[in-house]
Ligand binder design. Sequence first.
Ligand SMILES: Nc1ncnc2c1ncn2[C@@H]1O[C@H](COP(=O)(O)OP(=O)(O)O)[C@@H](O)[C@H]1O
Ligand SMILES: [Mg+2]
Length: 324
Amino acid sequence: MTSAISFQSVSKLYSVKQGGERRDFKALDAVSFDIAQGEFFGLLGPNGAGKTTLISILAGLNRASGGRVLVHGHDVQADYGNARRHLGVVPQELVFDPFFSVREALRFQSGYFGIANNDDWIDELLDNLGLADKANNNMRQLSGGMKRRVLVGLALVHKPPVIVLDEPTAGVDVELRQTLWQFIAKLNQQGHTVLLTTHYLEEAEALCTRLAMLKRGQIVALASTSELLHEASSNVLRFKLDGALPPSLAQRARVTGRIVQIAASSAEEIELVLAQTRQAGLRPEDVEIRKADLEDVFLQVMSGSAASMPGSAFGDERKQGGTP
Ligand SMILES: Nc1ncnc2c1ncn2[C@@H]1O[C@H](COP(=O)(O)OP(=O)(O)O)[C@@H](O)[C@H]1O
Ligand SMILES: [Mg+2]
């Protein structure tokens, strides 16, 4: 079956000014991976990793410097119309026409895709997005969260088989996150492919069946969510501490105030960590051991400490992830 999305060695150079001089900055470096039809796929990465750049190239809003992107086999540059019809993109930035009402905006967008009499589906969208009572409000009267819902509606007016959401829940309330994920999960169950970028790793862990991690424009991990969770150190030692960790431990620890969390795969490793803290004259309190979650894996991958894991799903920075 044709891939829903195929990124083939996609590169992007931005020309940036630095100290009065122009130079090229590589925002994407030969990114390659495929997303199968029906997948719920998560693209993760810290700020500035290149997620929005990749998605804007996919959406035809930005031009790649090299490589190509196909949507259901249609090249987003050479065959833009067909690629665009298969895609619904919810952009990271809130952009819309403030003079339209919500319903007018959805009708106008339907018209753009050549769909007349779309009101049944528009009503379903309004219902599912908790917007039914806002249908006649002007866009400029809506709160940020409500505008975000309209953007989702706008992306879905033409029932695209591939739905792309760029940080749809950044800065929105818990209620919207719930409503939105229920709706997107339902669409995914009905066969729509979903590509999502998010900062909320617990969301990605709960929703996505497969994940790619992007770091400085390169794919550094590509695997199913469960593989990623298994291949990372499977346990995390958590304790409270007054005082600074010895440098050997500080490097690999996640520290929030007094709380220290360190990945440790075996009982021996756990003993060793505790012994090292005691040797440094420290007294760990409230010691707990828990299973690693996606945030632990993410931090390991981003800090490079997972790159050398034997036979693992984690590529190093020179390697690129392949196809599913
Ligand atoms: N139009 C642009 N001109 C120059 N640099 C840009 C432009 N857009 C993004 N960048 C840079 O490219 C990198 C990736 O940005 P972006 O794709 O927005 O990352 P993400 O969405 O993962 O936070 C960042 O370093 C950003 O500053
Ligand atoms: Mg972004």
